[in-house]
Design a protein around this ligand. Sequence first.
Ligand SMILES: [Zn+2]
Ligand SMILES: [Zn+2]
Length: 448
Amino acid sequence: MLEPNVIPKSEPTIHVGIVLPEDDFTSLSIQIPENEDYQIEFSGRSFLIEPKTEVFFKLTGEKITFKIGAQELNAENEIRLFPVFKSETLKPKQGATVRNVLAGRQFHWRKYINVTLPETLILRRYENRLILINALPLEKYLMCVATSEMGAECPSALLEAQTIAARSWLLANVEQKHRHLGMDVCNDDCCQRYQGTTFLTEHSIRGAENTRGLVLLYQDKICDARYSKSCGGVMESFEAIWGGEPVPYFKVKADAETEPPEWHKPLSDEKNLAHWLKSVPQTFCSPHVVPEETLKKYLGGVDEEGHYFRWTINITQEELVNHLNRQLNLPIKAVKALNVLQRGGSGRATKMEIVYLDSENREQIFSVDSEYDVRRLLHPSFLYSSAIIIETLPKNAEIPETYVYRGAGWGHGAGLCQIGALGMSLKGYIAQDIVYHYYPGSVLKKIY
Ligand SMILES: [Zn+2]
Ligand SMILES: [Zn+2]
């Protein structure tokens, strides 16, 4: 496991959660590859497994049972599967294949996919559920993250910038959302999207090799280099999204060489924001630089298609009431108003109130206190971002029939904007230019 606030002197091993307790797995199937010899270790025993074997693991009471050939075996608490021969580098589709792993855990497009995972697989029992961890050297992990996060056709400067941000974020290790499970990170957007070698390409292998050991530092500490898909034209501050003290390398800043004239400050003012949302300024993440039709070939394989820079989505009164009652467990009869109370520098709503009538027609208020919850609560499809203006139809109705959200960007918008970084690389900027633009004041350093 990584230690927080320790800069490693050599390449560390990291533990990636592939199946979490909340995924509700009690069985799991793993296919050993045809060209590698694997070993399985459990309860002090060890076996070689034939190539191409499919091993089916099942939780039975306190034990994990599985079959190898005709033999039925039991493991007490932990099973390790790993290739007998360690390989120096990684190849596309190298490793064992795990069937039906959850992707997009927290989103409406969640689906089950097969993933091919290199190096060591660790199966454990955790409170009557099976969990799965992939332990591997950090640089191999990063090769896979770059391609899982964005398509393999990305320009190399983008892959390199993305890899530097991912490496820094991981080693800064501030969030530690899954430490109690023995995982440094999970495999999904909650941390960084990781699908093993499933989509790995020679191109992304080079992206990691070209930046081996390179991290971003700010005053001798590794930067917590968080990133999102699209800022919408202006980058958000750290404190607007996660609270606490401002972090100097997350600035409210135009995602462009010069500030676009359409940016009337501050965007926390609704009039300015409405003007901003109607405009399509010349920022790196705008369709002027990255046409949205071409995004598909650069973005990873599991996202839905759509427009991300400027978008509009509607929800009817009935859909909203149903969604909120499901999410909040409240007796809401009608939503009278959605009022934004606070916004960050990119226009993202960070505090709002939902004014509603309860089952006895009494007016009540529910407070929403984070950008994440705004996105989660206002629409069952999870809004792309909370940089929104909310309109009602019909206008000035006491109980609106429809709420209309006009928005910008995709994700929290703080730090590196992935579509913007793509735009910069298409314009010929190198990786260093890109990371210095998104994390102003940071410096690159090779730590191993
Ligand atoms: Zn996570
Ligand atoms: Zn951007």
